[in-house]
Write a protein that binds this ligand. Structure first.
Ligand SMILES: *[C@@H]1O[C@H](CO)[C@@H](O)[C@H](O)[C@H]1NC(C)=O
Ligand SMILES: *[C@@H]1O[C@H](CO)[C@@H](O)[C@H](O)[C@H]1NC(C)=O
Length: 276
């Protein structure tokens, strides 16, 4: 019995850490360092039920399991489709436009190969985005209703890779988590994917699928979004629902990073006064 208890104690943290899910389905900052709820315009199914908005980023909520799934063991989506029920005033559905670059966020949950801390051999196997053909939830991960729209690549891993490779961001795939070492469990990672230019306007279901390791069942998150033909139409919809119409920006385009520190240039007009 004692041994059993000891095994449980060792096994539980590993289990709890072995998941991830999409927290935000339309985030304003690509490759960002820290989660900022104000930058999230759209949420996955049942975000309120899973306390994604008000909870600590990446933390499990208190009364249910995490918002992710092993679709080979259960349904493809954690909750069956019910748009009126799963989107609420403070966790609304996203709206996209054809050709838009969309940023997604997810917690690291310890799965990053980082030379500055932790292990170098955390595998990253597959990161895909699908759109569902039709209005019904697909049964399972191998459903022919899942149309792949993006391969988000995989992150580098392996004990023989250099420190530089393992600690340089942005990375492709899941492990694009620049502040991993500060909080390996709950640090934020981002992905981006593109809405196909020929995706029919209207409401669609999107599915994220992550294979962390081929020996472990994939993880999925499902959400709906209204797709518009143009940014102008999408913007009108976001204005009407009290949301920002800005396009996503890239963290590294707006910040100048030197030796891991943000060294933003001084306002040029100030410079001019000093030098001129
Ligand atoms: C999907 O996989 C299940 C078993 O996991 C199998 O029963 C079913 O036939 C498969 N469907 C397709 C379309 O491959
Ligand atoms: C967006 O994602 C793609 C696919 O993972 C990647 O190749 C590209 O570098 C990303 N873009 C930026 C600006 O990070």
């Amino acid at each position: 019995m004692k041994l059993f208890v000891a095994l449980l104690a060792v096994g539980l943290p590993a289990l709890a850490a072995a998941h991830s899910w999409i927290v935000c389905t339309d985030y304003l900052e690509n490759n960002g360092w820290y989660w900022d709820v104000a930058k999230c315009r759209g949420w996955p199914r049942a975000a309120t039920t899973f306390n994604l908005r008000h909870g600590i980023f990446g933390a499990t909520n208190t009364y249910t399991h995490r918002l992710d799934n092993h679709p080979e063991e259960r349904g493809l989506c954690k909750k069956s489709r019910d748009d009126d029920r799963w989107y609420e005033a403070d966790t609304p559905m996203a709206a996209y436009y054809q050709g838009q670059k969309v940023v997604l966020t997810h917690p690291a949950n310890n799965h990053v190969s980082e030379s500055n801390c932790r292990y170098r051999s955390q595998i990253d196997w597959e990161n895909l985005m699908f759109v569902v053909d039709g209005n019904e939830d697909p049964c399972c991960i191998n459903s022919t209703k899942l149309i792949q729209i993006m391969d988000m690549g995989v992150s580098p891993y392996g004990r023989y890779l250099s420190d530089e490779v393992l600690s340089t961001y942005p990375k492709p795939g899941f492990q694009n988590v620049p502040k991993f070492c500060e909080d390996p469990e709950d640090a934020m990672g981002t992905y981006n994917f593109t809405i196909p230019t020929d995706l029919k306007p209207g409401r669609h279901t999107f599915v994220w699928k992550w294979i962390r390791d081929p020996a472990v069942s994939p993880f999925t998150t499902c959400w709906e979004a209204d797709v518009f033909a143009t940014k102008a139409e999408r913007d009108a919809f976001y204005v009407a629902t009290g949301r920002s119409t800005e396009d996503m920006w890239d963290f590294y385009q707006i910040h100048n990073i030197v030796d891991g520190m943000i060294m933003d240039p001084v306002d040029p007009s100030v410079n001019e006064v000093i030098t001129g």
